[in-house]
Write a protein that binds this ligand. Structure first.
Ligand SMILES: Cc1cc2nc3c(=O)[nH]c(=O)nc-3n(C[C@H](O)[C@H](O)[C@H](O)COP(=O)(O)O)c2cc1C
Length: 230
């Protein structure tokens, strides 16, 4: 990896444990859903997502689960519902989830979004934006995003996927979600990605610190007044 950078600024990273020495009372862990946005055959996304998820799972302020959009298909997508039985044998042969499995996975993913307090989207950049399948998945939900924070891990060519992230910020504003300023952005990772890179880990923790702040503030606020009442 040649560069991993939050979009601006650098400062010493203090771990959540160090920060929480002065904070009380302790809060229950935030439920974090990490969403893998690329679904292409031969995709690089899981390499980045596995690394990031491992970092997130070192933290005791987060309970992390992963939603892989390669396993998920919206019920209204072509080739699902009525044709599920027809599609199953071909899908099984190709190693791709069958339509029926994908529908089940979609329902499970929706429930995971519902219970999540915060989200991280792992996204590549395709033609200066984010993948169409990710847009379909985002659009298939509304209440699940509302009054919750969203952070991004992006990757791509020289831009490190940042143009995809800027488009996602616009989409999530419409969905009443708030996006976190710092981004973990990785450029040209295909042959050089180093999962041990301390800069990458530090960038991930800084972003997760910000996400955690928003996540607990908004969790408390939703408990006081459900966002549906606003
Ligand atoms: C259709 C397509 C369009 C792409 N457009 C861009 C682009 O605009 N900017 C960029 O930095 N990389 C672009 N790339 C490179 C991808 O970021 C790179 O292939 C990345 O690994 C894709 O993620 P994935 O392997 O998880 O699908 C594009 C790749 C594809 C397949």
């Amino acid at each position: 990896m040649e560069r991993v950078a939050p979009t601006r600024g650098a400062r010493d990273h203090r771990s959540h444990a160090e920060m929480s020495e002065t904070a009380s009372p302790p809060q229950p862990p935030l439920r974090l859903a990490v969403i893998i946005g690329s679904t292409r055959r031969g995709r690089f996304g899981p390499t980045i997502a596995d690394w990031f998820t491992a970092v997130a799972r070192t933290r005791d302020d987060l309970e992390t689960e992963v939603i892989d959009l390669a396993d998920v298909q919206p019920p209204e997508a072509p080739g699902t519902a009525s044709s599920a039985a027809d599609a199953a044998p071909a899908a099984a042969a190709s190693g791709v989830p069958s339509a029926a499995e994908a529908i089940q996975a979609f329902a499970a993913a929706s429930e995971a979004l519902e219970r999540a307090d915060a989200f991280v989207i792992v996204t590549p950049e395709y033609n200066h934006s984010f993948p169409g399948g990710l847009k379909d998945f985002i659009d298939a939900h509304l209440r699940q995003w509302q009054a919750k924070p969203v952070a991004f891990v992006s990757y791509g060519g020289m831009s490190g996927g940042l143009r995809a992230v800027e488009h996602l910020r616009q989409v999530f504003a419409e969905l009443h979600a708030t996006t976190v300023r710092n981004v973990v952005s990785v450029h040209n990772p295909w042959t050089t990605f180093d999962a041990e890179c301390p800069d990458a880990r530090a960038a991930a923790h800084r972003m997760l610190d910000q996400l955690g702040w928003w996540g607990s503030a908004l969790r408390d606020a939703r408990a006081v007044r459900p966002y549906e009442e606003v």
